[in-house]
Ligand binder design. Sequence first.
Ligand code: GLN
Length: 453
Amino acid sequence: TRAYLDAIEQARTLNAYVLETPEIALERARGSDERIGKGEAGALEGLPLGVKDLFCTEGVRTTACSKILGDFTPPYESHVTDRMRRAGAVMLGKLNNDEFAMGSSNETSCFGAPVNPWRRTGSDAALVAGGSSGGSAAAVAARLCLGATATDTGGSIRQPAAFTGTVGIKPTYGRCSRWGIVAFASSLDQAGPIARDVRDAAILLGAMAGYDPRDSTSIDREVPDYEAAVGRSVKGLRIGIPREYRVEGMPAEIEQLWTTGAAQLKAAGAEIVDVSLPHTKYALPAYYIVAPAEASSNLARYDGVRYGRRVPGPDITAMYENTRAEGFGSEVRRRIMIGAYVLSAGYYDAYYVRAQKVRTLIRRDFETVFADGIDAILTPATPSAAFGIGEKANASPVEMYLNDVFTVTVNMAGLPGIAVPAGLSGEGLPLALQLIGRPFDEETLFATASVIE
Ligand code: GLN
């Protein structure tokens, strides 16, 4: 714990942590020493970990990296971090993320962007760590924690993991409780770990997952021994390669990475099968209706009365307006406006209802493929390697949204997905592949991902 606290201090320029909690860390580490001494060690006993600032932590400032939450200090602990704490985890601090987890580069955080520890060959330009869990990914990649919690609504665990050469898994919807995690889009949000390798991710997920009656979408189902699945034989597994993911303009090196990954699985005894997910191209537009719709509803609670910051005005309406205008950043305001629009009486059927229908078609695409005996689906994790901080500042928001083209389908269908490092780009940056599994079959993802890493 002390070594990690020192490393964090040395690497503040990475802006990975938005709050360091050294006293809490050392106190918990001492508790771990005692329990280890008594032979009572938990599954995560003494492991120094970071927590995305979207998880409420009891008595510790939680901001979702939004000005509107100000110095909000929750009097309760999220279910996931509580499980980890009870398993002996040592929290080093709170990690940077996009404001309310909206973004793909972590540049919407009110604390500024975290810096990816990787550099292009021969260049000093600072690169994004991905988003929204960029702080978690940067911290793990720079060895500023052993592993970290993250959340994924449309790719926020897998994309930053891909950009930093780390492993990130978004489990099946309902596997981890959302209780005590600041809500973005409740039907898509899931917690999961970002870790150095597949085994660490399996150990962390095992401690994070589990039933919680306080989340009505949490599933009461036994948590398997994920670690036992790491390195398990993939012989005879059928791996689908969805032809619709071969998107136009895909860089040759991503194509190459994908082919190499399939060859590795084949060499390990899996069968590679060409499959079709015909509604793939509608996933991104449908996601960018469903997610903002739910966000506009979830973010209605930030009214200057119940949480954090208040900007006064002559009457209560003015107070709401001032608080929300000053408290929310521009991407969050954009999402609220899109969400309110697609939910409004005149447009509800044309946009929201239609997007929900598309969502059903996307889920059915996967169901059909899995019913045909496919065990997991292999795709690229991202359409490119990490890009420069500020590089897309003048691009249209849609260009940023295109980063999620391979990841959002998984959330729309509620499936588990893992991003695993698979090679380096021509510029020397990490690239990753994604494996998508059947509902609650994270074990097959750990088994197949460990062949590729
Ligand atoms: N980049 C996507 C978005 O901005 C996904 C974010 C996430 O998964 N939290 O909505």
